[in-house]
Design a protein around this ligand. Structure first.
Ligand code: ARG
Ligand code: ZN
Length: 421
């Protein structure tokens, strides 16, 4: 009886997107059986060799800074990579011994209780589970329909495969300064879309608790900036990073190398098979060009641009393209530090603050550099959410709530600065 009601409810809530997804043929899900995550201790001079490892296709770079590389190595490549590291006198430890196991443990199915509850709410979103794009988009529509005086949805464009790029506008008092927030530019960074969604939910469903600052800003939030890649990371390949543009040899463009400021410089690749492929031209992709048009159309009121990525626990500001800082870097450092402090106050986890090329590595064509350098938004940040490498991208869904609170703390802190400009 219960079972039947649940099924009927789910069908009642089905959207056009659900039906399209249901009809689409399910691709085979890639297995990561035998794959491992290795943490390699390196020194400054080794960095030059890092990109080669990935370009040669023997390992996937998950994370890197001046002293550490996290490499995912498939079982067939482990003897080769292990020898390569030994030849270069680089020591490593195995952080995730069984990647397929980690993937299975990351996102357990909702319990019957949770399912039953979601059936009654008019949407299927939770903060216990990483949800599919249709659940997230359906829930944004539910919020807009239920709270029309508080928020509205805006479809700012469509992805390569035609999915909506759905922004939730959380309205401030008329004439308020505006802020941009996005998550999910990189497909596999699931925690970003989930945490940004938690923040949205808190600000809409529980607005009164936050009105002291939410009233003073117009928030434009895009939780799923790369919906095709996100869906593919659920149904095809958990480690997919790029969008889903089809190419001759390899698919996908790295959307965070496709923005049009210093496009094609350091840390961005010209080859379609690279994970950091910049695309054929700046803003060649509908996902980035939709953001470009939207931001430029509102550039008079937009004061900040905040992109959420994972992982590493950093608050990063421009420039990303090289080891320079903008003239007002002290303001960025000051506000970034406030954001990191607020995040730590909410969860106890610490975040490192600094300019992005200096702290991590140069990477051109990022959203933050474009927002600051071209669109002229004063406060441009990239926040790298949890963790620092224990789970990496395969962060268990039990982290969504506390990571979501960190996101809320970061956005609140930035809003308070923006309202004072
Ligand atoms: N992990 C992010 C990436 O590689 C960092 C981006 C920082 N911003 C930048 N403009 N490089 O895309
Ligand atoms: Zn990222």
């Amino acid at each position: 009886r219960l079972q039947r009601r649940r099924w009927r409810r789910a069908a009642d809530n089905a959207t056009a997107e659900d039906k399209a997804e249901a009809k689409a043929e399910a691709p085979a899900v890639k297995s990561y059986e035998g794959a491992q995550l290795w943490r390699v201790q390196v020194s400054e001079g080794d960095v030059a060799n890092l990109q080669r490892v990935e370009d040669d296709g023997v390992a996937q770079i998950w994370y890197s800074n001046a002293t550490v590389w996290d490499l995912m190595v498939n079982s067939e490549n482990q003897p080769h990579v292990s020898k390569l590291l030994a030849d270069n006198k680089l020591a490593y430890t195995v952080v995730i011994p069984d990647m397929q196991r980690a993937i299975l443990d990351e996102n357990p199915a909702l319990s019957d209780d949770e399912l039953e509850l979601t059936g009654r709410k008019g949407h299927r979103m939770t903060w216990q589970h990483y949800h599919r794009a249709a659940d997230m988009h359906g829930w944004l529509d539910y919020l807009a329909k239920t709270y029309p005086s508080v928020c509205e949805t805006l479809v700012i464009g469509n992805s390569v495969e035609g999915r909506p790029l759905k922004v939730l506008h959380i309205k401030g008092k008329p004439g308020s300064p505006a802020m941009w927030v996005d998550g999910g530019i990189h497909a596999r960074e699931w925690i970003t879309s989930a945490s940004v969604s938690y923040m949205i939910n808190e600000l809409v469903e529980n607005r009164d608790a936050h009105s002291a600052w939410v009233d003073a800003v117009d928030l434009y939030v895009l939780p799923l900036a790369n919906p095709d890649g996100y869906e593919f990371s659920h149904a095809g390949d958990r480690m997919w990073r790029k969008n889903r543009r089809r190419g001759g040899g390899c698919d996908g463009i790295d959307l965070n190398r496709n923005f049009g400021y210093k496009w094609g410089g350091k840390g961005a690749g010209p080859q379609p098979c690279q994970e950091i492929y910049r695309g054929s031209a700046p803003f060649s992709e509908p996902e980035t060009s939709a953001i470009q048009s939207f931001v430029l159309a509102r550039k008079a009121s937009l004061k900040s641009y905040l992109s959420f990525h994972s992982y590493g626990q950093y608050v990063l500001y421009p420039w990303g393209y090289d080891r320079f800082v903008p003239p007002d870097h002290q303001d960025l450092q000051r506000v970034g530090t406030k954001m990191a402090n607020a995040m730590r106050a909410s969860s106890g986890l610490s975040y490192t603050v600094g300019s992005s090329a200096a702290l991590l590595y140069p990477a051109s064509g990022g959203s933050d550099d474009w927002a600051k350098g071209q669109a002229g938004l004063k406060y441009a940040f990239t926040v790298e959410l949890r963790d620092t490498g224990r789970h990496g991208f395969v962060l268990p869904s039990s982290h969504i709530l506390s990571s979501g609170k960190e996101v809320l703390a970061a956005v609140r802190t930035l809003a308070q600065e923006v309202a004072q400009l």
